[in-house]
Design a protein around this ligand. Structure first.
Ligand code: PLP
Length: 377
């Protein structure tokens, strides 16, 4: 069977290879996965069960249930967002669908999408599937992996049509506050870039509130904000996310969504409604647990002499490693049974680093860091 060129030319995810190696080995502690080790809060699960028991198994409105859109709009006001639930909110099957819709609805074949590197692995491929060219924009350890105006300029992003990024960042854990975002916003305005801001980790910011680029002057009208329930509410398997944007963009994204997905999973929408309504305490508890683990892992890596900048978001740290990162990760897995992801799978600038997820229990983190220390010795 013929496979489309743009699919054939997209390599499989580099993370997969490590998961497969890890699955094949015994007694492995995985610091590789990018998903919470917690289950969704019980009240959210109960709401999903209740919806099923009541037989609420039909489609919803394409854009998502009106009450959920209202609750999302209300919820994101904590980040100074102000979106009309009727016209400016779209409920999607995970943030992933929202990223894909934004690419396909707002980018033409042949357009250029600037993608800071290292980056979440989906951005390049979704741009490619939309027929766009990907322009890598390297970010640097010396800048704590923040996206800078200089990096955009040096990469030639003034010629790009769109820019996609996520802060808090996967894979580095970097965050960017309003001051750091301001020059990026100025660059986007000056060069008329559409911005896709993936803010799925917004609630997992430590030591400060999350700032959104969409709230900076002149940015709301050119930005699609993407959020979701997977990380903050530990709901990865329920597949629920959303996009916030001006009506033209939401209308365009919904045009694709209504022909392809129809509506986000109904059961998940009920879980999401309840999650926002009553699960703030559970989110706080998970947030605080991640923060304790983050500080523990950072201090252990520093004790071992691994250079590791102060990652302040998501649930990843991104230490430097001696030698080639792929080799290091492979040897660490075979010799000590600890799975981490080599930084180079996340693109330029990720090499020489490891993505270490601390979305795992304290006992595992203690044992894994002891094994890493032994391996380094
Ligand atoms: N965006 C980023 C930055 C992520 O790290 C992930 C998952 O790892 C996603 C989006 C996918 O989110 P969802 O499960 O809502 O599709």
């Amino acid at each position: 069977m013929k496979v489309a060129d743009r699919v054939r030319q997209t390599p499989p995810s580099g993370i997969r290879k490590f998961f497969e190696l890890a699955e094949a080995a015994d007694d492995v502690i995985s610091l590789g996965v990018g998903e919470p080790d917690f289950s969704a809060p019980w009240a959210a699960r109960e709401a999903a069960i209740d919806a099923l028991e009541r037989g609420r198994t039909s489609y919803t409105a394409n854009r998502g249930r009106a009450d959920l859109r209202e609750r999302i709009a209300d919820h994101v006001s904590r980040y100074d967002h102000d979106y009309d639930p009727e016209r400016e909110v779209l409920v999607t099957a995970g943030a992933s669908e929202a990223v894909d819709l934004a690419m396909r609805a707002l980018v033409d074949p042949g357009d250029t999408v600037a993608v800071p590197q290292p980056s979440y692995i989906s951005y390049g491929p979704t741009a490619t599937f939309a027929g766009a060219e990907v322009l890598p924009v390297p970010t640097r350890a010396a800048d704590d992996f923040e996206l800078t105006e200089r990096a955009l300029r040096e990469a030639g992003a003034d010629e790009a049509d769109a820019l996609i990024f996520c802060y808090p960042n996967n894979p580095t854990g970097a965050v960017m506050d309003a001051d750091a975002l301001a020059p990026v916003a100025a660059f986007a305005r000056e060069h008329d870039l559409t911005v896709i801001a993936d803010e799925i980790y917004a609630a997992l910011t430590y030591g400060g509130e999350h700032d959104s680029i969409a709230t900076l002057p002149g940015m709301r009208e050119r930005t699609v904000v993407i959020g979701g329930f997977s990380k903050a509410y530990a709901m990865t398997g329920l597949r629920l996310g959303y996009a916030l944007a001006p009506p033209t963009a939401i209308e365009a994204m919904n045009r694709i969504h209504q022909y392809t997905m129809l509506s986000a999973p109904t059961t998940a929408q009920f879980a999401g409604l309840e999650a926002i309504r009553s699960c703030a305490d559970a989110v706080d508890e998970m947030h605080d647990a991640y923060d304790r683990r983050r500080r523990y892992v950072l201090s252990r890596f520093r004790e071992m002499g691994l250079d590791c900048f102060e990652a302040e978001g998501a649930f990843y740290v991104f230490p430097e490693c001696p030698g080639d990162d792929e080799q290091f990760a492979e040897d660490l897995l075979t010799e000590e049974g600890v799975a981490v992801v080599p930084g180079s799978v996340f693109g330029e600038g990720g090499d020489g680093h490891l993505r270490v997820s601390y979305a795992t229990g304290m006992d595992e983190l203690r044992e894994a860091t002891a094994r890493i220390e032994r391996f380094l010795d």
